[in-house]
Ligand binder design. Structure first.
Ligand code: GCU
Length: 330
């Protein structure tokens, strides 16, 4: 397990278990839930989690508090999930792509052009399918609490990508996700899995020729300093997911669980309200820093990814979920 290869994580894990159990500590002054993630502190998703902490403290009269560790301080997304599974960390926020390794239901969000638009996507996350998928990793000691909006992902590269043919032969970084891997291969590029926190250096050193992400992450992780072309093809709309360990969840009273669930959902509404503006601001910022923003013909990318959509049609988990998602009307 990765946590045991990383001495810092091992220490944290030992401390988490020794002092608190279940990622909580300090019972006298209210319990503190540690929450780790990989994004910058100016990112709307980070601000959503800060709001979650404020809401939870208010609802619980200070009995439950959240301490947020940003910028991958406690490890990569997979490492944080493993810590949460073991009870050394209370909560984490990851991309749903990384949850594919813990519950195959999350793979459906990795399908290209799954949603018709933002309203469709939000209706799915807020509805019964969204809730069903959040509950899927329980058997792996993880429980999804809410989704944060992560918009749509697009390619950024060192040389211009104006259509899918320009991706052929490029080395593109992917998340630790079988679907992301398959998608990059469907576009004819070669996929290299790299943790988000290591990507800047990997791009700089030429380990990969490009990557893909939403505008705020491209901007706030400063990847635009290395990749000067951003192709808004919006191939996937993979959400961010707030995850709590079942170890911690099962130790909360029914009332505490309700506070946490409500605070999370309210924080998600708050974050969603920030998203559109943060996306526009990030696009403007990279453009004024000299990045060429390319608005390609999305239909060409849609067609290039057709084989991937066809290949999962008969998958017993993804096939039915994708069909049900297609039927959702906002
Ligand atoms: C998005 C997502 C992160 C994730 C990153 C990635 O920015 O919000 O949680 O780490 O993509 O590509 O790894």
């Amino acid at each position: 397990m990765a946590a045991f290869r990383n001495p810092l994580l091992l220490l944290l894990l030992a401390a988490g278990l020794a002092v608190a159990g279940a990622g909580c500590r300090g019972r006298e002054t209210g319990r503190v839930i540690k929450l780790a993630h990989g994004l910058d502190v100016t990112h709307s998703v980070h601000r959503g989690m800060v709001r979650l902490g404020e809401l939870l403290a208010a609802k619980s009269g200070g009995r439950l508090r959240v301490e947020v560790y940003a910028n991958g301080q406690l490890g990569s997304e997979r490492e944080c999930l493993e810590l949460v599974q073991l009870g050394g960390l209370g909560m984490t926020k990851v991309s749903s792509s990384v949850l594919e390794g813990f519950a195959p239901e999350f793979k459906v969000f990795g399908l290209p052009y799954l949603f018709r638009d933002a309203a469709h996507r939000q209706a799915v996350f807020d509805g019964p399918i969204g809730r069903e998928i959040l509950a899927a990793p329980e058997r792996k000691f993880l429980r999804g609490v809410c989704y944060y909006d992560a918009g749509s992902r697009s390619f950024y590269t060192k040389r211009p990508v104006r259509g899918p043919a320009d991706l052929r032969g490029l080395k593109i970084r992917v998340q630790e996700s079988p679907m992301a891997f398959a998608l990059i291969r469907a576009f004819g590029a070669s996929a290299t899995p790299i943790a988000f926190g290591e990507l800047y250096t990997a791009l700089q050193q030429g380990v990969v020729d490009g990557a893909e992400n939403n505008p705020p992450s491209f901007h706030l992780a400063r990847h635009y300093e290395v990749c000067r072309f951003y192709t808004l093809n919006e191939h996937t709309s993979v959400p961010d997911v707030l995850v709590v360990g079942t170890d911690l969840w099962n130790r909360l009273t029914a009332e505490e669980r309700r506070w946490l669930q409500e605070a999370a959902e309210e924080s998600a509404v708050y974050q969603r309200g920030l998203w559109a503006e943060s996306e526009a601001a990030s696009l403007a910022a990279v453009q004024s820093a000299g990045v060429e923003v390319i608005r390609p013909d999305r239909a060409a990318f849609y067609t290039a990814a057709a084989a991937l959509r066809d290949s999962v049609r008969d998958d017993p988990v993804i096939g039915p979920l994708a069909r049900r998602i297609g039927e959702v009307r906002p």
